[in-house]
Design a protein around this ligand. Structure first.
Ligand code: NAD
Length: 265
């Protein structure tokens, strides 16, 4: 049984992780932390009945007390890096789903992991269908000269563009080996500056934030006379749990930072 600690246990993703860890025969819920609902039973908060694991308000103290093997974090973009530091300092292997970490943060995490002699997994998207979407987009990127990404998320999401959109643009550029051709048209003279979205490597990225969506992404490729769309939709947050459990089970066999679920499949 792998002992698993859940950080952000009162959040939407954290509650799903608590459920998944309790229901998997190979994992055990060892502890939980959050800034909300401190003192509540993590199982009750997740809707699966009391698990005798109370939500702590102090990550470092809780990790010291329970000494889990793995800690899963779905918290907030500002908390992820300090939480990773605290986990590594406590000898715990972090599995991070929190998005918003930039390239400099990832470099820092890799150095911290190597200094601590512990592995870290960070995956901006734990949904296996999203990993396939990126793989298919990378394939099409070798052929199509122009592409745009539209990502759609619920209105509570703090960061934009999504970690998945940035990662998709990155793998598309790597596969293409060159920038995509980008059409501008939203300069100062535009009636609505910003209409063409953000831009990375010639790929325009558009972020929609609306109640009603969970997490969705379209990658649209274009060339004369044809377009190709690759689209992934999440229906419930359960979709992330097979990926999270896979990371929890595999992290012990890794070294340094592993960025992206695709490296575990
Ligand atoms: P949420 O707001 O519902 O939950 C976040 C929780 O973290 C809250 O309960 C909050 O109180 C808690 N928190 C705040 N600061 C904390 C800290 N320092 N330590 C521990 N907990 C803290 O958000 P959510 O929808 O559950 O999303 C959480 C994160 O996961 C976001 O960054 C989101 O983008 C990301 N996400 C990633 C994936 C993926 O597949 N990697 C999927 C969905 C969401």
């Amino acid at each position: 049984m792998i002992s698993v600690f859940v950080s952000g246990a009162a959040g939407r993703m954290g509650r799903e992780v608590v459920k998944a860890v309790v229901n998997d025969p190979q994992t055990r819920l060892a502890g939980a932390v959050d800034r909300h609902l401190v003192g509540s039973d993590a199982g009750e908060v997740a809707g699966i009945g009391a698990q005798q694991v109370l939500i702590s308000g102090d990550l470092e103290a809780a990790l010291r007390d329970v000494q889990p093997e793995v800690a899963v974090d779905f918290s907030t973009p500002n908390s992820a890096l300090p939480n990773i530091r605290a986990m590594l300092a406590s000898g715990v292997r972090p599995v991070i789903g929190t998005t918003g970490l930039g390239p400099a943060d990832l470099q820092t995490v890799d150095e911290l992991a190597r200094d601590a002699g512990l592995p870290v997994i960070i995956a901006p998207n734990f949904a296996i269908g999203a990993i396939l979407m990126m793989r298919f987009a990378a394939e099409a990127a070798k052929v199509f000269p122009a592409a745009e990404i539209i990502e759609f998320h619920h209105d509570q999401k703090l960061d934009a563009p999504s970690g998945t959109a940035l990662k998709t643009a990155q793998v598309m550029q790597e596969a293409r080996g060159a920038a995509f051709s980008h059409v501008g048209g939203d300069g100062p003279e535009s009636a609505a500056p910003g209409s063409r979205g953000a831009e990375q490597g010639g790929i325009a990225i558009h972020s929609v934030r609306l109640a009603g969506y969970l997490a969705h992404q379209e990658v649209i490729f274009g060339m004369a006379g044809q377009t190709l769309t690759v689209r992934h939709d999440t229906i419930t947050r359960e979709c992330y749990m097979p990926g999270v459990l896979l990371a929890v089970k595999k992290v012990r066999s890794l070294k340094g930072l592993t960025y992206g679920l695709e490296h575990l499949l």
